[in-house]
Design a protein around this ligand. Structure first.
Ligand code: FRU
Length: 502
């Protein structure tokens, strides 16, 4: 095993987010709720803290906040790396992997075939099954089960379709370099028949990866379902590098038809801001949803990193956290169907540390103002602003006078920004220091933010989760101040509260 040594002060290890103990991770895989446990499998290098030896790592949780790392679930070998995929509960044992007392969990993953395989260079879909609730896995002897002879066919997400067209398993996967999502159906998870494909559409500035397809009620109405197709892509995101886009439409059991498509088959970087993004920040990638989440909730996790600099972020002995788990829903906003996201876990179940801080109806004058008593590095900040005549206003987190991460609103421009150019360590990669923007709208003139700060990250949920920005930051241990600021004028804080978690 390559030496992966612990630093004396692991100042970036998150308190609210999952990170592996001392290894590398990327995409979330096989997300499923089963027998009361949330299982988070993930792309993992069990031997090092850079990408390689791809296997499925494993962590479990009952509250979506506290995760316990488990032994590696599915390991690479000399013939294959275990790339991304999903897990389904095969409750009627359609696959035949179950026995008299137990129905199987079935993992559908991409075999990325290596030199020792006759299929070297091919990516094809394979199965593994678990008869002990997801802890130990056996690879199917008939792998791969779906091989199109392609070098870029990967990331199968499987779900059970029960609708007008029948009842069967559906797989969405990608032909990554063709900007295509391909859909297949199966009765037994072993034999697959092509249904249709979707794409290219909207953002095509990078390979299409890690798709997902699921129904959501429109504005909470269970009798009015629309389908959401998730397509992660790398690079080509709205603020560069890895990001996830989505399409809203219909799925008739064979074909997904988007009602939200802006451009078909065009590669037009000037139009990126018109497309629908899961997150506008630099560090929310490969996001997919849980199978079988309770109460019909649609819960998603993204990998909190970006392939532009993923292997170089200055954490040790681990590398890359996952995002917080998000609950997503569909709302009609200005006549368009849009995803809205909230943090899924109930943070009030956490013990608060230190006094909470609050303010109401305070004018922010030109400049930056430290809030005495609000400092911290694991906190949730809720705030609402009314613009005055300032060009830009907002908050600075993880600051110390010399450094800080700025989260601001530019009302006349109609944008929200996260500026991490002075956030702390940025020089490990030339593209890390960035100021990232997203369009934001207000109906009543106010701007509302929920900001989750967790040592090495900020996750911003603006306007009730209509816009999110997720970014890594690497501030010094002394950078704990929270400040308010206004540029070239004033703004007003309607209310602000800070809750400390560590
Ligand atoms: C996305 C991705 C997937 C692939 C996996 C390999 O980040 O490139 O397409 O399955 O990572 O680790």
């Amino acid at each position: 095993m390559t030496a992966v040594t612990a630093t004396t002060a692991d100042i970036f290890r998150p308190a609210l987010h999952y990170a592996a103990r001392n290894t590398w991770l990327n995409d979330p895989n096989g997300l499923i709720h089963h027998e009361g446990i949330y299982h988070l499998y993930y792309q993992n290098n069990p031997l090092d803290n850079v990408w390689g030896n791809m296997s499925w790592g494993h962590a479990i949780s009952t509250d979506l906040l506290t995760w316990t790392e488990r032994p590696v679930a599915i390991s690479c070998d000399e013939t294959e790396d275990i790339f991304s995929g999903s897990v389904v509960f095969d409750r009627h044992n359609t696959s035949g992997f179950g026995n008299d007392s137990r129905a199987p969990l079935v993992a559908v993953y991409t075999s990325a075939f290596k030199r020792a395989s006759a299929r070297e260079g091919i990516q094809a879909q394979s199965l593994a099954y678990s008869l002990d609730g997801g802890y130990t896995w056996t690879k199917h002897t008939g792998n791969p089960v779906l091989d199109r002879g392609s070098a870029n066919f990967r990331d199968p997400k499987v779900f059970r379709y029960d609708g007008d067209a029948g009842s069967y398993w559906v797989m969405v996967a990608v032909e990554a370099q063709d900007f295509k999502v391909v859909l297949y159906k199966s009765d037994d998870l072993k034999g697959w028949e092509l249904l249709s494909s979707f794409g290219p559409a909207n953002a095509t500035g990078g390979e299409w990866e890690c798709p997902d397809l699921f129904p959501l009620p429109v504005d909470g109405d269970p009798d009015n379902l629309k389908w959401v197709l998730i397509v992660n892509l790398n690079p080509g995101g709205p603020n560069n590098g890895s990001a996830g886009q989505y399409f809203v439409g219909d799925f008739d059991g064979t074909k997904f038809t988007s009602v939200s498509t802006v451009t078909e088959g065009l590669q037009d970087p000037a139009r990126l801001a018109e497309y629908q993004w899961l997150d506008w920040g630099r560090d929310y990638y490969a996001a997919v949803s849980f199978s079988d989440a309770p109460d019909n909730r649609r819960l998603m996790i993204g990998w909190m990193n970006n392939w532009e600099y993923a292997n170089e972020i200055p954490t040790s002995p681990w590398r890359s956290p996952m995002s917080l788990v998000r609950e997503v829903s569909l709302r009609t906003i200005d006549g368009n169907l849009r995803m809205v996201q909230q943090v899924a876990a109930d943070l009030t179940s956490l013990r608060e540390q230190g006094p909470s801080f609050s303010l109401a109806a305070v004018e922010i004058s030109d400049g930056q103002h430290v809030l005495d008593g609000a400092a911290g590095n694991v906190q949730r900040i809720d705030l609402s602003f009314a613009p005055g005549n300032a060009e830009e206003f907002g908050i600075v987190v993880r600051g110390n006078g010399a450094v800080g991460t700025r989260i601001g609103i530019r009302p006349t421009e109609g944008s929200i920004i996260v500026d991490r150019r002075e956030s702390g360590q940025t020089d490990f990669h030339e593209s890390f220091a960035s100021i990232d923007t997203a369009p934001i709208r207000t109906t009543d003139g106010s701007y509302e933010l929920a900001v989750y700060v967790d040592r090495c990250s900020v996750e911003v949920f603006a306007q009730g989760g209509q816009v999110t920005l997720t970014e890594l930051i690497f501030p010094p241990a002394t950078g704990n101040d929270v400040s308010l600021y206004a540029v070239a004028g004033t703004a007003t804080i309607n209310n602000l509260s800070v809750t400390q978690y560590a």
